[in-house]
Ligand binder design. Sequence first.
Ligand code: GLY
Length: 312
Amino acid sequence: MPTDRFSLMVHGGAGALDNVKDDRTAVRYLESLRIVLEHGRAILSRGASAIEAVETCASLLEDDPLFNAGCGSVLNELGRVEMDAGIMDGRDLAAGAVAGISNIANPVQLARLVMDGSEHVMLIGEGAMRFAEHCKVPFAPDHYFLTPERIAQLDQARLKHRIMLDHDEADELAESQKYGTIGAVARDVTGNLAAATSTGGVVNKRLGRVGDTPIIGAGVYADNETCAVSATGFGEDFMRTVIAKTIADVLDFKGGDAHSAADEGMSYLKRKVAGRGGVIVIDRDGRCAAGFTTKRMIHGWIAHGGETVCRF
Ligand code: GLY
């Protein structure tokens, strides 16, 4: 197996995804992932680093209103967008994250700025917004995020008095829903790993709720010695199991590859907390694996520079 070629994986959420079971919607999701993967292929094959690739791919997914991140973010209990994002470089375990931010088109880029341009790993809310201003990140207006679909989705959740994933079980709430976190993991041609994850969180969440996405080791993790992981699903389950780091630890302490580590991680998630969601994993040799406890996960990959595969 060639290990000197790049590998790339992306995901667009996990869940029942009954809203994408019809062919037309499924094609839109899969086409979007394919475009992102081909963009990633182009830059990685020209020598881009893994961290550049995951930032670029995650940004493109944030720019697509199909997905629950960036402009497609779901709404909280007050009808506002509060986004979280995290990014990690497997070369030196450098990491950056933002939580509870609004009016930023690409939270993953702000997370990268926190990583590269501050002495901290995570900034939240007002502090993160002040940092964005300091870095001259442009602010996007409210209407960039508040789509009629997201407002209708929040209304449905409020009627049910519940929070929900963008893709909960197959009930009437799920039928019209787009779903979940987005994420990217990569191994570049020099063998470096990186991971990025970004989300609007869960529909009708409490003001101030933060999920797994920006928590290093829960929703995102990368270490050149083991693997890069991006998670999607019900954040509370992923935080309680520190799932991304748990998967890296499986490789570190037990050995194996991306497939066995993803499987073991999902068994652990299920056994310990009946967790709902999934992960994408690239190991240090560039093997690509996906694991999920939900019915489906929208994801795609390019293993060792080979063909582009998209699934849900
Ligand atoms: N996994 C995304 C969230 O729970 O916020």
